[in-house]
Design a protein around this ligand. Structure first.
Ligand SMILES: Nc1ncnc2c1ncn2[C@@H]1O[C@H](COP(=O)(O)OP(=O)(O)OP(=O)(O)O)[C@@H](O)[C@H]1O
Ligand SMILES: [Mg+2]
Length: 257
């Protein structure tokens, strides 16, 4: 069964048509990326997958169940994921578990166990203002991952970071994903980030958004820094860029692997 099945989905807000006939499938253990112009409807799509909102047409299934009733299967890191400034980092990262009914001590223990992996060890009692931007994003990601849900939605997790920190975070996430093999749907504006991290890059058109290309990233790569300069990597980046720019040859390839 697919982890995520988005079938013929349309979404309008009044007269504003945001998504049109959108099709997207994510298999278990797959890292999928969605890239598209600003305002094309990516966050709207995530709200449908996480069950926060409903499609106007079509259906969204998470592990075979309608997203509205399957919201417990999805962990969502929103585009603006603010940590509460008055809570320590550990309390922030345990918050989601506590909200779903896990006892405080247990929630903190489960979050604490991930701190080393997320490069946050020693900062459990710090406050968010004492962390760097990259550390804050890792804390927000930890808070999402610790929920242990089958599908992770990451909406531009590194969008606000400077370029060097962003690269470090991308490489770190690539390594983490190789160890944990989470099922991920990532929204990004960054072609290189999509190609580094994802197995499949779904390219959206401007609003009303639909998938204009699916670019498969060749699996024979390390997901490390050496990928950035590999010829196959550049060729894949170029295919994504051409699809974003609406190059006719790529448009003709919609739906093909
Ligand atoms: N609740 C809402 N009511 C009305 N319009 C909405 C609502 N949510 C989103 N929109 C509109 O839908 C369109 C898509 O918004 P969305 O936030 O999904 O874009 P996006 O692709 O995530 O953009 P960005 O890349 O800038 O984050 C925008 O025109 C936005 O104004
Ligand atoms: Mg958005």
């Amino acid at each position: 069964m697919s982890s995520l099945l988005i079938e013929g989905v349309g979404k309008s807000f009044g007269s504003l048509e945001v998504l049109r006939d959108l099709e997207l499938v994510v298999e278990p253990g797959e890292f999928a990326a969605v890239i598209g112009p600003s305002g094309s409807g990516k966050s709207t799509l995530f709200n449908l997958v996480s069950g926060l909102d409903r499609p106007t047409s079509g259906r969204v299934l998470v592990e075979g169940e309608p997203a509205g009733v399957a919201s417990g299967k999805v962990a969502y890191m929103p585009q603006k994921d603010l940590l509460f400034p008055w809570r320590t980092v550990l309390d922030n990262t345990a918050l989601g578990l506590e909200a779903q009914g896990v006892r405080r001590k247990e929630a903190r223990a489960r979050a604490d166990a991930l701190f080393a992996d997320f490069g946050l060890d020693g900062f459990q009692k710090a406050y968010p203002s004492q962390l760097s931007g990259g550390m804050r994003q890792r804390a927000a990601l930890l808070r999402t991952v610790v929920l242990g849900r089958p599908v992770l939605l990451l909406d531009e997790p590194f969008g606000a970071l400077d370029s060097l920190t962003r690269t470090e975070m991308q490489l770190w996430l690539a390594q983490m994903w190789q160890r944990h093999r989470w099922t991920v749907l990532l929204v990004t504006h960054d072609i290189r980030e999509a190609v580094l991290l994802a197995d499949t890059v779904h390219v959206l058109s401007p609003r009303p958004a639909t998938v204009v290309a699916r670019v498969q990233v060749p699996p024979d790569r390390s997901r490390g820094v050496e990928d950035f300069t590999a010829p196959g990597f550049a060729a894949t980046e170029r295919r994504v860029l051409e699809a974003l720019r609406g190059t006719p040859a790529v448009r003709a390839g919609v739906g093909e692997g």
